[in-house]
Design a protein around this ligand. Structure first.
Ligand code: ADP
Ligand code: MG
Length: 256
């Protein structure tokens, strides 16, 4: 129980091109799994499919969360069941502060869990939780009153993302780390946030091109992802091996 499970997952683009070609993976609570693969191997396609993005069609296989088949559920219902995707709100929302964004995100999940009837969190409780999490994750109070992602640095965006994760308390968090543009500050924020939040109540799947972020996270399992498939799984030492040898041997094997 308490796991994200992918069974023989195949994902195609709208034009029918198959990108993810049969992935089996199980991420448990209190575990960090890393998926590492070269550019264009289909990592983001995999994360979009896990999220329930309508442009990515699951053509075969299924996705289970805590034993429930969520393959056909829309994105919001996946979130209500405890799936969190870190790239879900990458855009600036001028006029909406970080605080009000977090409160409405929490309230929409509470509403869904309350049979569709509004059940807003009491303001004092929300404030107490928010301030507590901000202290724990070392997010400045100033950030909470700013407009979401409006002029935020990479590190600030990641801080808010991690704060959102802490507030929503997902079962499984999926972080699709962009292949470029994450500075060292942002990397550290994500890594320490993941370490801080992964617990017997939460597991994480970190998807990345570079090993850098894994130096700070120390994943339990590493999966090498090439041409839409997991070609090898192992412990954290597999990331070190990739750092030295790259993806070439796996890419050649995938083509052969
Ligand atoms: P990665 O995240 O590993 O770099 P992606 O999942 O982004 O890989 O992309 C895998 C392949 O699928 C690439 O060839 C990319 O061009 C293609 N692709 C992904 N999403 C789309 C899309 N929405 N429209 C067209 N092609 C796409
Ligand atoms: Mg990607």
């Amino acid at each position: 129980m308490g796991t994200l499970k992918l069974e023989n997952l195949h994902v195609a683009l709208e034009d029918g091109t198959e990108i993810v070609k049969g992935v089996d993976l199980e991420v448990g609570l209190n575990e960090v799994h890393a998926i590492m693969g070269p550019n264009g191997s289909g990592k983001s396609t995999l994360s979009y499919a896990i999220m329930g993005h309508p442009a990515y069609e699951i053509t075969e296989g299924r996705i289970l969360l805590d034993g429930e088949d969520i393959t056909e559920l829309p994105a919001n219902e996946r979130a209500e069941r405890g799936l969190f995707l870190a790239f879900q709100y990458p855009h600036a929302i001028p006029g909406v502060t970080v605080t009000s964004f977090l409160r409405s995100a929490i309230n929409s999940i509470r509403k869904a869990r309350n049979g569709g009837v509004d059940d807003p969190i009491a303001i004092p409780e929300f404030r107490k939780t928010l301030l507590g999490e901000m202290d724990r994750l070392k997010v400045s109070r100033e950030l909470a009153s700013r407009y979401l992602n409006d002029g935020f640095s990479g590190g600030e965006k990641k801080r808010v993302e991690i704060l959102q994760m802490a507030m929503l308390k997902p079962r499984i968090a999926v972080l699709d780390e962009t292949d470029s543009g994450l500075d060292i500050d942002a990397l550290r924020v994500v890594a320490s946030g993941v370490r801080e939040l992964v617990s017997p109540q939460m597991g994480a799947l970190v998807i990345t091109h570079y090993k850098r972020i894994l130096d700070h996270i120390e994943p339990d399992r590493v999966h090498v992802f090439v041409d839409g498939k997991i070609v090898k799984s192992g412990g954290p030492e597999l990331a070190d091996e990739l750092e030295v040898h790259g993806y070439e041997e796996y890419e050649e094997a995938a083509v052969a």
